[in-house]
Design a protein around this ligand. Structure first.
Ligand SMILES: C[S@@+](CC[C@H](N)C(=O)[O-])C[C@H]1O[C@@H](n2cnc3c(N)ncnc32)[C@H](O)[C@@H]1O
Length: 309
């Protein structure tokens, strides 16, 4: 019997060496000429980055100095030079005068990126396990859910759609708060308008049930809007407390370690005993027990209920 896996022998043809790929620059007119040496990065005038951070904070309320400096500075400088600004101070002046450029700056810094049903798996876990468990513990009390650092509101709108979809599996419809330090994002969140790109991972049935189609995207129906409130709030000065579920995803990811630990502690304090904190899919808390949390599953932490012991 012939071996079904063995392919019929073919005459052996020597394999020619892989063609060497011309560098991109040599495929344009002038190919063959030596590539110009990359321009060395000009040193920034002293205080340029600090001045830029202060200006951005005044403009948007966003404190870039909380983030990893190297990363922020590299991105900001890249954007500045693409806009033909020689220094960050010059770029800041451009941002102060141009709202569209400002929005683009925020997006490119990836500080405000979001989408509906971002990382769908976690929303399945919230619907099937986390909310039923929290509801059972709440004993008829209305659950308080918080999307901390909600950007333009995709995350709390997703939560609201899920809560409505759960219907009477929950004893009461939860209240959902979205907060962000950036007033422009909160203004957008209140509008509840999302692009096609924002909706790319949304389950089509739920998207059509809870959002109306509009040219270029989707707008939240009043049924989900009425569950939501939005507020401009700096997490480091937050007064929010007694929350059952906090979604804190992709906010502290670029923060310096010390600031990240600090904000985790603030959020742990804001939780009800037994409450749940959900982080983004690449984030972690190094020592959860130090702030009264226990790890339930990857990226999900529960506030230890001291009274249960
Ligand atoms: C990348 S978005 C994350 C949006 C959403 N949580 C998600 O995962 O899709 C991060 C948001 O955190 C906000 N943020 C950063 N620092 C903050 C602070 N100190 N207080 C409140 N919000 C903050 C930013 O303004 C931005 O809109």
């Amino acid at each position: 019997m012939s071996d079904p896996i063995k392919k019929p022998d073919r005459p052996r043809v020597p394999i020619p060496p892989a063609p060497t790929r011309a560098p991109i620059n040599s495929r344009v007119p002038g190919a063959g000429l030596p590539l110009p040496a990359p321009e060395p990065l000009k040193p920034l005038p002293p205080g340029d980055f600090e001045n830029f951070c202060k200006g951005v904070k005044d403009l948007l309320g966003v404190d870039l100095s909380l983030y990893k400096r190297k990363q922020m500075e590299r991105r900001a400088r890249g954007l500045a030079s693409r806009n033909h600004a020689e220094t960050l101070t010059e770029y800041l002046h451009m941002l102060q005068k141009d709202a569209i450029l400002l929005d683009r700056f925020m997006e490119r810094m990836t500080i405000t990126v979001s989408q509906l049903w971002r990382n769908t798996d976690i929303f399945d876990a919230i619907e099937q396990e986390i909310l039923p468990e929290l509801d059972a513990r709440a004993d008829g009390r209305k659950l308080k859910l918080w999307s901390a650092g909600c950007s333009y509101g995709a995350e709390p709108h997703t939560l609201a759609a899920i809560c409505l979809e759960m219907g009477n599996k929950l004893s009461r419809t939860p209240q959902i708060k979205g907060t962000d330090i950036n007033p422009r994002m909160i203004e957008r969140a209140r509008r509840g308008h999302f692009s096609e790109e924002d909706a790319r991972d949304a389950p089509p049935r739920l998207l059509q049930k809870y959002f109306d189609k509009v040219p270029g995207g989707w707008v939240a129906k009043p049924s989900i809007k009425q569950l939501l409130t939005f507020k401009v709030e700096d997490l480091f000065a937050s007064k929010t407390d007694a929350v059952d579920l906090i979604l804190f995803r992709n906010v502290a990811i670029h923060f310096e370690r010390e600031r990240r630990d600090q904000v985790h502690e603030i959020l742990a304090r804001a939780l009800m005993p037994g409450g749940i904190l959900v982080l983004g899919s690449t984030e972690m808390i190094v020592n959860p027990s130090a702030i009264g949390l226990e790890r339930v599953r990857p990226f999900v932490f529960r506030k230890v209920d001291q009274e249960a012991f």
